[in-house]
Unconditional design. Structure first.
Length: 1129
């Protein structure tokens, strides 16, 4: 049967007919092949127009129909439905061409518009003959709805859906619902309390049985299609369980403060907080970031931010307890640690790093160690004992942590005192023995046995300890063997290596110290030996170092202290021979160096300068160029292998040697290192030993080292506070004394220094809140919860952000204390705000302090709105809330308060708005029609607003105490991310794009996804509520239908052509294509595909095809366009 085509063209009033001669086009169409009827009508989309099409289909037995009208986006469905009602398959039989947008609206000439319309019509008529019948798919609809955003729009939509009996998932990224409306004080024009009308909805949302409220939650991904969406959400841990009563006791003891986001930084909040008293849920949350860089850098993993915060709060015992969770020698390391943590302290971005090491010492020094309570320990059986060889920092640390777990560690050391290098390698004036002894005493109180003068080795081998009943052995011997200089006469009388010199002095053994002493080296041992020689009676002490000052590995303040005591340092000098007379030291021959390329340590290599030799007179040489471990005691220990450096070959994670049950750590594993590294090694070894004794895998489930850089931003304006200076013993008193040089911080110094911490990690995990919470609701181990939600529809109600006007520098926001944004003013006026609802000026020095009420205020409209440099759109609410502010100022500060409203146009368009405007005018508010140009401030904080009065045609200046900037509503910065996840569009203004501004204001191009509130554009509260109700109605209409029809114009991939390159997968915006690894081809999920054709256009092999947009159909349309007049096909 030959095709019988009907053609129908719409006048569209005059939208088409004003340029296109519609009847001429109809007459032309009638001449084309297979066209049996061609008619025009004024409004083809109307009921009579559709009836016309249906009648002609039936009367003329039409097989295909082409309609020339406006946009297919709006009316293709209309005409397709008319064809279907008349008995035709709407996909095979119907095609629509656009002659309004493509001809009438874009062409000036009537002749050109008509000719172009004829070409478009001809192309459509040729295309329709090649269309095939398609059948839509139908799917059942999940009745549940996801509402994204817990502001007034989201809450209203969720309540409407829940009231119908359907379930609503209300997802809000903040800890409470409410949105910006609950930040406001009053609402215009009725001046209702925002909380009074908002909190009932919040409470209803929290209590409704059909609403699952998910605060502190974000959507991670969305898949599926209309009626059947799968939404993956991540509910961030708030570290407070649902049984929280909201009493606030936890916040009272929390030592960490942060700017209060709810009050837009006008005051501080605690790290554990609730946004405002009426929050829903009434449940506190803890603000945690990644652990600070100081904690990440500390080898022992000390909670530095935590113990510093506790010192700031005056809780010294709690501070010490927190330190000792990971490090048992706080007073010792507080004196001698080189503080690698301080190198990454972010306070140095403001002025200088925090004095972390000295604060650690302060905490240890301000506690009575004899009265320090021992924690309750559940002791293991006596047989669960561990042998530790070496009573230095690594051994003491391992014993401490094992004892806390209930095991029975015994430390063996050949020295007469415990402490290892801490006791015998560091002078008393740096580390008084009593400090170390009190910490060792506490470790012993935990149940640690220390056996001194005990030599492990040949007569009592290491492996033999296991036969004695010890279940494991930890080797923790330090690096006591000095490295030689390998120069002539190095063994002459008067040469004593640095570590041997310090050891003998600390053992109180007789040591003959020369009068002129030369120390070779630039590390801590060299500095200590030089300062010891001075105290032992040397008249002249000189340090020779082969590199420059910046490469000296010793701690900087120790180098400076040595120089203050009169010790001279010669740089870029290398010894080549010890000079002797009668076998005794008489001097040392040196050569000068210059720095060359960096060596393995990263420091520039010293290169001798030929012919630069010189002699230094001396009678004693102390080489201090490094140390090695002495592992000879391990000879014959089967399974314990050594490296070429003499260290034990053990696993770097578990510390286990090749002999099961024997572990090694500290210097014996890594070579010489700093004490805090040894303490950390002892802790890790204790973890491994416990796992070994429990029969667990040593490398699994170990505490993770903190990482990440999601830290609290440092405020832009931080008061510069100098780093606390350590009080020291005067030089005159210390040169011949062993009194401790560093005297320690006073309490005032320590608390002031602790207050300099910028709290990078948010919550410092001091755990004070845990002890304070009577409900037991705080859980610092809580983790994020991931969940998949199945819903049939989605409402996006993510709201807006107020514009930050700091970029508009002419208004001085952020520079002048009393220039406020609208949201800041709302919080000042609110009873739960920083001033309890009293309108006050900021103190000129302290931004968190408020003083007197303003006597004059300027309110500036359209800051960032209706401005081609920022946002060209009107924010719609600014005029009215500016009038509200004027009224509130008069009401709260007195009717004699001078108020100036600088406006461009007053847009009072809503119900009761104009009346409110007149009321405010009657209160004496000065209305100045003109935009303010700039704001300046004098030395007394008086603000001068310069602008123009366009009504009087003159420039104007007003002096005021306060300025309020009515800033633009902006799209949220995460709008592009939301757009990608939900497959919706964004307009030029940054807000989400509705499907049609008039006829589909809540719909989006993605079926089943709707918009509500200010995420779609600026609007006031009534319009927001109305749109939310409209979106909810769309969702309910969808769910009540029970099933949804999916258009059949989708892609399919020919498996015989597809080569599996997967190019199409990355291009698909709807994630509708997946790779089948078994077949080696890509496949389309027909339920998700939108038929956009991106895959078909990009595929190099041409495997994807879009139904209803086949090559044959498209080429037929092209042929129709290119066909010469008079030709036929």
């Amino acid at each position: 049967m030959s095709e019988r085509i009907g053609f129908f063209i719409c006048h569209c009033g005059i939208n088409i007919a004003s340029k296109v001669r519609v009847k001429d086009v109809a007459e032309y169409a009638a001449t084309l092949p297979n066209v049996v009827v061609a008619k025009d009508y004024l409004f083809m989309c109307s009921d009579p127009g559709q009836d016309l099409i249906e009648k002609e289909i039936r009367n003329q037995n039409l097989t295909r129909v082409v309609v020339a009208a406006c946009s297919p986006r709006m009316h293709e469905k209309t005409f397709r439905a008319a064809c279907q009602r008349a008995g035709l398959n709407p996909y095979r039989a119907f095609h629509m061409v656009t002659v309004r947008e493509h001809a009438s609206w874009v062409t000036e000439s009537e002749d050109e518009a008509t000719a172009k319309a004829m070409v478009i019509v001809r192309a459509g008529l040729m295309r329709v003959r090649n269309q095939s019948a398609l059948i839509p798919s139908k799917f059942s609809v999940n009745p549940n709805t996801l509402v994204l955003g817990g502001g007034i729009a989201g809450m209203q939509a969720a309540l409407d859906i829940a009231s119908s009996g359907n379930k609503a998932y209300l997802v809000e990224r903040q800890p409470t619902v409410g949105g910006h409306m609950l930040q406001f004080d009053k609402t215009f024009p009725t001046l209702d309390c925002a909380a009074c009308i908002g909190t009932p909805k919040m409470v209803a949302v929290g209590q409704h049985k059909n609403i699952q409220l998910m605060t502190n939650t974000e959507v991670e991904s969305v898949s599926g299609f209309i009626g059947n969406f799968k939404v993956n959400v991540n509910q961030r841990a708030r570290y407070v369980k649902p049984n929280c009563t909201g009493c606030g006791d936890c916040a009272k003891v929390c030592p960490v403060e942060a700017p209060n986001e709810w009050d837009v930084q006008t005051r501080m909040r605690k790290a554990i907080y609730i946004s405002f008293p009426q929050a829903v849920p009434v449940r506190y949350a803890i603000d945690k970031k990644d652990r600070g860089p100081c904690v990440q850098t500390c080898p022992a993993g000390i909670n530095i931010q935590g113990f510093v915060a506790l010192i700031k709060a005056g809780k010294y015992l709690e501070s010490l307890n927190l330190i000792m969770e990971t490090m048992p020698l706080p007073g010792t390391l507080g004196r001698i640690c080189p503080a690698p943590c301080e190198t990454r302290c972010r306070r140095q971005e403001v002025d200088s790093p925090l004095a972390i090491c000295q604060l650690k010492r302060f905490a240890a020094d301000h506690v009575d160690w004899a009265a320090l309570p021992v924690p309750a320990i559940e002791k293991k059986p006596e047989s669960e004992k561990v042998a530790i060889i070496g009573a230095g920092p690594a051994g003491l640390s391992a014993a401490y942590f094992l004892a806390k777990k209930g095991y029975h560690p015994t430390i063996f050391d050949k020295a007469p005192y415990a402490g290892g290098m801490l006791r015998f390698g560091i002078p008393d004036y740096r580390l008084p023995p009593a400090i170390l002894e009190q910490e060792i005493g506490y470790i012993k109180r935990l149940g640690v046995d220390i056996v001194l003068n005990a030599t492990i080795g040949k007569d009592r081998p290491v492996a033999g300890l296991l036969k004695e009943g010890y279940k494991a052995v930890y080797l923790a011997v330090g690096a006591w063997k000095s490295m030689k200089m390998n120069i002539e006469n190095e063994d002459a009388e008067g040469v004593m290596h640095g570590i041997d010199y310090l050891n003998r002095l600390n053992l109180k053994q007789p040591v003959k110290t020369g009068k002129k002493v030369v120390v070779v080296g630039g590390g801590d041992v060299a500095i200590d030996a030089a300062r010891e020689a001075l105290r032992q009676g040397a008249s002249e002490v000189k340090i020779l170092y082969r590199r420059s000052r910046s490469e000296m590995p010793a701690v900087t303040h120790e180098i400076l202290a040595a120089e203050e005591e009169g010790i001279k340092i010669e740089l870029l000098v290398n010894p080549v021979a010890v000079l002797t007379e009668g076998g005794k030291v008489s001097g040392i021959r040196c050569i000068k160096n210059e720095l060359g390329e960096p060596d393995a340590s990263g420091r520039r290599r010293p290169v001798p300068i030929a012919g630069s030799e010189f002699n230094v007179e001396c009678d004693m040489v102390i080489p201090a160029i490094g140390q090695q471990v002495n592992s000879s005691f391990l000879e014959g220990t089967e399974g314990v292998e050594l490296t070429r450096w003499g260290t034990v070959a053990a696993d770097p994670v578990t510390y286990q040697s090749g002999f099961p049950g024997i572990f090694a750590g500290g210097d014996l594993l890594t070579g010489p290192s700093i004490a805090v590294e040894a303490v950390a090694a002892g802790h890790q070894a204790a973890i491994s030993i416990e796992k070994y004794l429990l029969g667990e895998a040593l490398a699994e489930n170990r505490p993770a080292k903190p990482t990440g850089s999601d830290w609290k931003p440092i405020p832009k304006k931080v008061e510069l506070v100098p780093r606390a200076k350590m009080p020291v013993l005067p030089v005159g008193e210390r040169k011949n004394s062993y009194k401790e040089i560093d005297l320690g911080f006073s309490e005032e110094q320590a608390r002031t220094e602790a207050a300099r911490c910028v709290d990078c990690g948010g919550c410092c995990e001091c755990k004070l809140c845990v002890n304070e919470c009577k409900a037991g609701a705080i859980d610092h181990e809580m983790t994020d919860t991931k969940e998949t939600i199945d819903v049939g529809s989605i409402i996006i109600a993510t709201g807006f952000d107020p514009m930050n006007p700091a970029k508009m520098t002419q208004y001085g926001y952020g520079k002048y204390r009393n220039v406020f944004t609208n949201i800041e003013f709302e919080r000042l006026s609110n009873a739960t705000g920083p001033t309890a609802g009293k309108l006050r000026k900021r103190d000129l020095k302290d931004p968190l302090k408020f003083t007197d009420p303003p006597k004059s205020v300027a309110i500036l409209h359209c800051i960032g709105s209706r401005d081609q440099n920022y946002h060209e759109y009107c924010s719609r609410t600014c005029c009215m809330y500016a009038l509200k502010y004027a009224h509130l100022l008069k009401d709260k500060c007195g009717h004699d308060t001078e108020i100036y409203n600088f406006y461009i146009d007053m847009r009072c368009f809503g119900k009761g708005y104009e009346e409110f405007y007149k009321k405010v005018q009657a209160e004496g508010v000065k209305m100045i029609r003109g935009k303010a140009g700039s704001i300046t401030e004098d030395e007394n904080g008086i603000l001068t607003v310069k602008g123009e009065d366009t009504l009087s045609n003159c420039l104007i200046e007003v002096k005021v105490d306060m300025v309020i900037l009515c800033t633009a509503m902006e799209a949220r910065p995460d709008a592009p991310d939301v757009m990608r996840k939900f497959g919706i569009g964004i307009g030029q203004d940054g807000f989400f794009q509705e499907e049609h501004p008039k006829l589909a204001p809540v719909s989006t191009p993605t079926s089943g996804v709707f918009l509500a509130g200010t995420c779609q554009g600026p609007k006031d509260i009534p319009d927001t509520v109305a749109q939310a109700k409209g979106a909810a109605a769309e969702c309910l209409a969808l769910s009540s239908a029970g099933e949804v029809e999916i258009p059949p114009m989708i892609s399919s991939i020919d498996p015989d052509i597809c080569v599996g390159c997967q190019l199409c997968i990355g291009l698909c915006a709807y994630s509708a294509i997946e790779f089948n690894p078994y077949a080696g081809i890509s496949e389309v999920n027909s339920a998700i595909c939108k038929g956009c054709g991106a895959c078909a256009g990009a595929c190099p092999s041409g495997a994807p095809k879009v139904k209803h947009f086949t090559d044959k159909q498209i080429f037929a349309e092209i042929d129709g366009i290119l066909l010469q007049e008079g030709a036929s096909r």
